[in-house]
Design a protein around this ligand. Structure first.
Ligand SMILES: [Zn+2]
Length: 297
């Protein structure tokens, strides 16, 4: 895997994953905790995103130490750091923690780097979701600011949801517990996480049913994200693949603009100036056509 200079420069991130809670109740009362596990993960050991929503870490073995694995349900959400960023959330998920009510509103929470914007290329349009570290279906947390990060739709649906669903199904079927920890991974003082480390381990059957350790990328195909601020932009349309990919465009031969066929401006083009074109952007630009500002073809 070729790493960019950028990734080489990424500082070492030390994740101190430390918790074991005894007698922690549903109301998140922390009665005792101790440092039980220390993990060092360097972002530069994680390959840059190359089309898979997540990759396996540590041969798919979670980093839970023996003494923090428990068949007693608990959940713990770390305090935000000085930049207002979520840290890890960890739970031993049992049926007793799972929701009995419909999910409530979380729209009032503004996680670090929250910068909402819509793109046509994103499923559901919104780039960012308020992304639960531990999914609502697992521990019934609604608007818990310690458990919601600024995550792309892609991270939420393609990266994290398959693992949440797997754990939820397993706990419902077996009535066993699953140790589950999600750690957002930030670079330096950036406000948007680069990704999340997700670990799962089924307790009563010693990992036979559930065992995973993965890193899911907080990326969105076709969108550039400034992780420092959460600002974003449509990925440069000058990338080679977009330039040469054959598409159907609608041309306005009068204004020399070209549109996606779905663009609302298309129906305003006079029929005599309207022309359908199948080919690449590159060919159109060669013929002095300019992309429409609205549909950004
Ligand atoms: Zn257009």
């Amino acid at each position: 895997m070729k790493k960019t200079n950028f990734y080489k420069q990424i500082c070492i991130i030390i994740l101190t994953l430390s918790t074991i809670l005894t007698g922690c109740t549903k109301s998140n009362d922390v009665k005792s905790s101790k440092l039980s596990n220390e993990i060092t993960i360097t972002l530069d050991t994680i390959p840059s995103y190359s089309g898979n929503p997540y990759i396996v870490i540590n041969n798919n073995k979670p980093y839970f130490s023996n003494d923090e694995i428990t068949d007693q349900s608990f959940e713990f959400y770390s305090d935000l750091d000085s930049l207002g960023r979520c840290q890890y959330s960890v739970a031993s998920i049992g049926q007793d923690l799972m929701p009995k009510e419909k999910r409530g509103s979380i729209g009032q929470v503004k996680p670090s780097g929250w910068n909402t914007v819509k793109y046509d290329t994103v499923d559901g349009k919104y780039l960012y979701n308020r992304c639960h570290l531990i999914g609502y279906q697992l521990t019934a947390e609604n608007a818990n600011t310690k458990n919601l990060i600024t995550g792309t739709r892609y991270l939420n649906i393609e990266g994290m949801l398959p693992f949440e669903n797997m754990v939820a199904d397993y706990v419902k079927e077996t009535n066993y517990h699953v140790m589950y920890r999600v750690t957002p991974i930030f670079k330096d003082d950036e406000l948007v996480a680069r990704g999340v480390l997700m670990e799962g381990y089924s307790v009563e059957d010693q990992g036979e049913g559930i065992e995973f350790c993965i890193y899911a990328y907080n990326v969105q195909p076709n969108v550039n994200i400034d992780y420092k601020t959460g600002k974003s932009s449509s990925q440069s349309s000058s990338t080679a693949t977009n330039e040469t990919k054959e598409e159907t465009y609608i041309l306005n031969t009068n204004t020399k603009k070209f549109h996606k066929s779905s663009c609302s401006s298309v129906k305003e083009i006079d029929n005599q100036n309207k022309k359908e074109f199948h080919g690449s952007r590159k060919d159109l630009i060669k013929e002095n056509y300019k992309p429409c500002n609205k549909c950004k073809p």
